[in-house]
Design a protein around this ligand. Sequence first.
Ligand SMILES: Cc1ncc(COP(=O)(O)O)c(C=O)c1O
Length: 450
Amino acid sequence: MDSRHFEIFKELGFDDITPETMTNEYWAKRGARALALTTQTRDVYGCLDHTRGEGITLYDVEGTEYLDMTGGVAVRAFGIRYRPLADFESRISDVIHEFPGMDFDAIPQTLLAEKLASITPGDHQKQVVFTTSGGRAVEGCMKSAMDLSGRHRFVAFRPAFHGRTGYALALTASNSKHKTGFPQGVDVVRVFYPYCYRCPYGQTEEDCNLECVEALRYALEVEGNDIAATVMEPICGEGGIIVPPSKAVKGMYEVTKEFGGYFVSDEVQAGMGRTGKWCAIENHSVVPDYVSMAKALGGGYPLGASIGPAPMYTGPSRHSETFSAEPRMALIALWVLRHIEEGDFLRKNRENGEYLLRRLEELVEKHEVVGDARGIGLMAGIEIVKSKRGKEKAPKLRDRIIKHLVSKEHLWVLGAGQNVIRFTPSYVITPEEIDDAVDRLDRAIGAVTE
Ligand SMILES: Cc1ncc(COP(=O)(O)O)c(C=O)c1O
């Protein structure tokens, strides 16, 4: 951090923030006192320097340089400080950004809604509600599905992650800390996510009779079949980067339709071109009724969208948010979408993703503790196990590998599920950077297990 930024802190009244306080230890203590967050693992990750970074390189306050494989948990489509985006932002710096889109029309949000309708699957007429988070994007879809169907029971999966508040939390099942002690906001029929590496029905791919789909039908028959919608991640993200077979996703869709429900594809993590398609559900050839989007959509700003069939409500719309696609955010989102198209990032993400997966598969061959590698496009992960044969989950070993990766190999990487290491890098990653990242992972697994 240079002197200019210390001056900024001073200007804001923080005279105590000096070069001497630039240690991870100092900020871990101060952060722990001030913040009540679920996911900070301060014994692994240092405090990020918010003034430095470029592409997929970031720094902590001590100046250590890291290669970033999280992409800001799938938020940063084009990496840090992407010059073309910064140039665009400076050209629209005079745009008014606090026009409340929910009360008054302004051109950018209408254009963004039209654009989102055109890139999401299906030729049907769509409408959009803008939100400020992924969880709320899911809830916008849920409220519309309840209003249109007159029902309020949902199908969700185990594991699944759809958000941490209200109705979205009711669907989430990825870690008990999110839910224990909090009431269930809406009725949920929960079935296993299609997870072939650990088929909950004990089947192999050859013997599979889509028991998971039949389990959904059975659950609806015995628990209540008046479902408003099934909400499904096209790739299960927080739950462990699980890629379901397309035939299972299609089966879940068909059973949902049999029972008169809507189908929501939660694209908050996997969407926005990450898998090489605008929406990850396209990889399964399913056309959902609703799509929830967020993360990469806002170009780094908090913007989500619930995209559904028009009209989304039986009468006038009954849902909106104060900060609803403010003009500046909407223009930035339009720029992000256009740049993905013009920069051919769908193809690049597909090709780089295939390369990443090939490299991760080499680790399955090489290391006894790497049980599986899977992913589509730039959403991939490896599963850490005690042994390939027994497939017992090895969460502590996974945590040790991640700690080694961050502290010794300087690879900024996150876990997912109970024993998975996840890769959701920015779309600007090159094959050379993929090689570098996988080599660091390879060395870390070797070092921790030898
Ligand atoms: C698939 C999915 N849905 C919803 C959410 C919730 O998004 P937010 O944290 O912006 O509320 C996430 C966040 O990781 C997600 O991965």
